[in-house]
Ligand binder design. Structure first.
Ligand SMILES: NC(=O)C1=CN([C@@H]2O[C@H](COP(=O)(O)OP(=O)(O)OC[C@H]3O[C@@H](n4cnc5c(N)ncnc54)[C@H](OP(=O)(O)O)[C@@H]3O)[C@@H](O)[C@H]2O)C=CC1
Ligand SMILES: N[C@@H](CC=O)C(=O)O
Ligand code: NA
Length: 375
């Protein structure tokens, strides 16, 4: 008896660095092995519609961008939702992939999950913003069985979130999770603070992190610690949502409830564009050089770390000094994240996940991995 393969209709919203890479990876799966039908692409301006019968195909690998730009269909999530509802028939599944960092798109997840569409996304907004939105997402998913899949929201493609969900759902008790959660901050401090009193200018390493595609669309969202605070909020909420018993963790109203140290000089707060922010950052290089020198004189390096301390009910992010012999100083390179899980089962030695924690290829891989879980 042959098992009929279910079609998975994929609607991609957000076609920037990560979205573009995801489309490439999706279309590169040989058609005879792929359950996916790419039915639409949406940028902030337009939508390119295909159909389940005639989906976007590998032949369009080099043309989809221009076709999307030339499309006469304006980006309209109401229209997209209606079309997806009409296509959700029989054995089909629908998944919306949100590759934006947009709050309005994130605000649609409860509606999509309630309609039976799964959501796969690297966008941290819905899971780290208003707690009410997170609760609606969990509830809608429980009601319809549609899944929220967010591996790439923490550690990009590294298996951080699915490891955590399975660990907690299977009954392990998390004591503490700590580590370097930001690819941008990791790259910046791996390059900037090596234990020597001198080195490259702070602003120059930030500019390179941006060029390499590690930063958020606005690099200030990394340097103010908010990106790490969002990741810690996601980790913290997953522990609470998947635990069978109450924990000591505080109920975070949003990522703003996390005790977070910002690295943004006060004169640069609120600068609207990333370009302007990068252009003005050199004015503050000497302040960062001083921090580096102070650490080096103590035999230490600077690293931006995050902690979810379940036993003591604390969630915090900030710049810390570590001896040059510490694993955070010796074992990290590039955009590496390192996440240590101290749990009842992983004790006294923690489970450690380490590797590139930012960049389009690994982030898209994490999203595609989530899509493959639906197959
Ligand atoms: N870069 C990385 O290493 C990682 C990124 N992430 C997350 O991945 C997401 C995408 O990041 P990245 O690709 O770097 O960002 P980009 O800025 O390159 O891409 C964002 C895309 O979203 C589109 N967009 C914005 N608003 C809307 C909207 N309302 N409707 C439809 N499309 C919209 C933009 O459209 P347009 O092209 O028209 O402007 C753009 O294509 C972010 O949430 C980020 O936090 C997560 C882990 C790692
Ligand atoms: N800007 C983020 C991207 C991944 O979430 C980072 O630097 O870690
Ligand atoms: Na991940």
């Amino acid at each position: 008896m042959s098992v009929q393969k279910k079609e998975i209709l994929v609607a991609v919203v957000g076609v920037g660095l990560v979205g573009g890479e995801l489309i490439g990876q999706l279309l590169s799966i040989p058609a005879n092995r792929s359950p996916f039908k790419l039915v639409s692409l949406t940028s902030s301006k337009t939508t390119l519609y295909a159909s389940p019968e005639n989906p976007i195909s590998a032949e369009q690998l080099t043309t989809w961008k221009s076709q999307l730009a030339a499309s006469s269909d304006k980006a309209d999530l109401n229209e997209l939702t209606s079309r997806l509802k009409a296509w959700l028939t029989g054995d089909r599944q629908v998944v919306v992939v949100d590759n934006t960092s947009n709050d309005d798109v994130a605000g649609r997840y409860p509606e999509w999950l309630a309609a039976g569409f799964s959501v796969a996304t690297p966008n941290k907004k819905a899971f780290s913003g208003d707690k009410a939105l997170f609760d609606q997402i969990v509830k809608a998913s429980q009601q319809t069985g549609a899944k929220w899949l967010n591996e790439s929201t923490v550690g990009a493609g590294l298996p951080v979130i699915n490891t955590l969900k399975e660990m907690v759902a299977s009954g392990d008790k998390v004591k503490k999770i700590e580590g370097v959660f930001s690819g941008t901050m990791s790259y910046i401090f791996n390059e900037f603070s090596t234990g020597k009193t001198d080195g490259p200018a702070f602003s120059s390493v930030v500019a390179v992190a941006r060029e390499k595609g590690y930063t958020e669309p606005h690099p200030a969202d990394d340097l103010n610690g908010y990106d790490v605070a969002r990741k810690l909020t996601i980790v913290s909420r997953i522990i609470s949502a998947f635990s069978s018993e109450p924990t000591n963790l505080p109920e975070l109203d949003s990522f703003l409830s996390v005790k977070t140290q910002s690295l943004i000089p006060s004169a640069l707060e609120g600068i609207p564009t990333g370009d302007e922010f990068i252009a003005r950052l050199p004015e503050f290089d000497s302040e960062f050089a001083k921090l580096r020198e102070e650490a080096a004189k103590e035999g230490k390096v600077l690293r931006f770390v995050g902690v979810v301390d379940v036993e003591n009910g604390q969630v915090k992010a900030g710049l810390e000094k570590y001896p040059t012999t510490h694993p955070f100083a010796t074992s990290l390179g590039g955009s590496d994240n390192i996440i240590m899980y101290h749990t009842e089962r992983y004790s006294p030695r923690p489970l450690i996940v380490q590797g590139a924690g930012a960049g389009a290829a690994v982030t898209a891989m994490g999203v595609l991995g989530d899509l493959l879980k639906l197959a």
